[in-house]
Design a protein around this ligand. Structure first.
Ligand code: AMP
Ligand code: MG
Length: 414
């Protein structure tokens, strides 16, 4: 049996390998009000202009902008007040030169008008005459027809995860149903003779299975449907059966534990023995998380995660979440900049080994000068609560020996 990591791959190489898996192709037609966080399958086009008519974005007086030119505090322009319009009125007449109409925020502009002067800059001097004290340019304080989006324009591109913002656009367009990708099903297996289900009190020498629940939760965060398949003892035939069943029912398999090189580390052997099983990566140049496996059985991806509870979560965050987003059909999910990050200065020197990418747990604090500081969380790496105290992960590239206090770095937000 192979007793060394095959060839340790960088995180970037792993992303490229993961990108070669096809996203879930099936689609579902769902009610748009159920579409939050789902991924658009195909471009969504506007069936009409938004706004559908020229609208005022202020309470004020609609006019032809040219008529206000030259108006100022001491040099008002006089216009005829043609109408006072209700907010939902659609005027059938056209505003002529040197005329204006009172409009409300959101209301229609009469045809002919191309700008609105806010009411603060207008004085009514007679029932049908106003003074304008401020010049406006064409388009000022109005939303023109089609300015938000135009008929037939793509408003939501294929592969977009739908946020409240996107749902608002669908509402404006009256798009009641949306075609989205099916959510990937992710089978989760924990391996280890020492594990008991969380419902049980572990006898001496055993511990509760933490990874099934954390990995399931990370899957939900990634927009997938977790299928926890329980604990499998460190026995080749049990593992073979469990992983084969997982491959049958899921779009992706997460296998935690047994991914390293020890006597009880059977993941590589199990995967190699699957129908069309192949190991793509054994060992990633990252810390924590080196004993990570990327593999496949036929077309189904398998990620072998280290059993160690914090390493498993860091790998899940760094590779698992982008990959599950990719499987979900999110475009660009595996690109390096896809995850939320911000820039901060290292609060102290952080040493790092060359040759591997370190993911340092950091807290974000404000310095006296209102600068954002990333302070490493000082704790043994395997302690679960170190992740509770971390706001983010600070990646230190494989080529660096560390970062110096005050150096600017990127922090991935947890
Ligand atoms: P392994 O990767 O199987 O060698 O496991 C590494 C360490 O993580 C060992 O101390 C295991 O007991 C622990 N471990 C493995 N799987 C789990 C799990 N699902 N929940 C909690 N701890 C685990
Ligand atoms: Mg184990």
């Amino acid at each position: 049996m192979n007793k060394g990591f095959f060839e340790v791959k960088s995180v970037a190489e792993c992303r490229d390998i993961l990108a070669s898996f096809e996203p879930v192709a099936d689609t579902e037609d769902i009610s748009s009000d159920q579409a939050l966080d789902r991924v658009a399958a195909g471009d969504i086009l506007a069936g009409e202009d938004i706004p559908g008519f020229n609208r005022s974005s202020m309470d004020g007086f609609a006019l032809r902008a040219g008529d206000s030119f030259g108006a100022g505090e001491g040099t008002p322009v006089y216009l005829e007040l043609k109408a006072r319009m209700a907010v939902d009125e659609a005027p059938q007449w056209t505003l002529g030169p040197r005329e204006c109409a009172q409009v409300l925020t959101g209301g229609s502009l009469p045809p002919g008008a191309d700008a609105v002067v806010m009411w603060e800059h207008v004085r009514e001097i007679a029932e049908d005459e106003v003074e304008i004290f401020r010049a406006v340019s064409p388009g000022e304080n109005v939303m023109l027809q089609g300015e938000d989006c135009q008929w037939n324009q793509t408003v939501v591109p294929d592969g977009t995860r739908l946020r409240p913002q996107e749902l608002g656009v669908l509402s404006a367009l009256g798009i009641l149903r949306t075609t989205v990708r099916r959510r990937p099903r992710v089978a989760i297996l924990s391996t280890g003779d020492e594990l008991v289900p969380v419902q049980e009190t572990p006898p001496a020498g055993k511990i509760r299975d933490v990874n099934s629940s954390t990995l399931a939760a990370w899957c939900v965060k990634a927009g997938c449907i977790p299928e926890p398949m329980g604990i499998i003892p460190d026995r080749l035939d049990d593992l073979h059966q469990g992983v084969s069943a997982a491959v049958q029912k899921a779009d992706c398999v997460l296998l935690s534990g047994g991914s390293s090189l020890g006597a009880r580390d059977l993941s590589i052997e199990v995967i190699s023995g699957l129908d069309q099983g192949r190991v793509l990566v054994h060992g990633v140049a990252m810390s924590p998380g080196k004993p990570t496996i990327l593999a496949a059985a036929g077309r189904v991806p398998i990620i072998g995660l280290p059993g160690q509870v914090t390493s498993a979560q860091v790998v899940m965050y760094v590779l698992g979440l982008p990959f599950l987003a990719h499987l979900s059909g999110v475009s660009g999910a595996l690109e390096q900049k896809a995850q939320a990050r911000l820039r901060a200065r290292a609060g102290r020197n952080i040493p790092s080994q060359q040759g591997r990418e370190d993911y340092v747990r950091v807290r974000l604090l404000r310095s006296d000068h209102e600068r954002l500081l990333a302070e490493p969380v000082l704790a043994k790496s395997g302690l679960l609560r170190s992740l509770l105290r971390a706001d983010g992960l600070l990646p230190i590239p494989a080529s660096c020996e560390g970062v110096r206090a005050g150096e600017e770095c990127e922090v991935l937000l947890l």
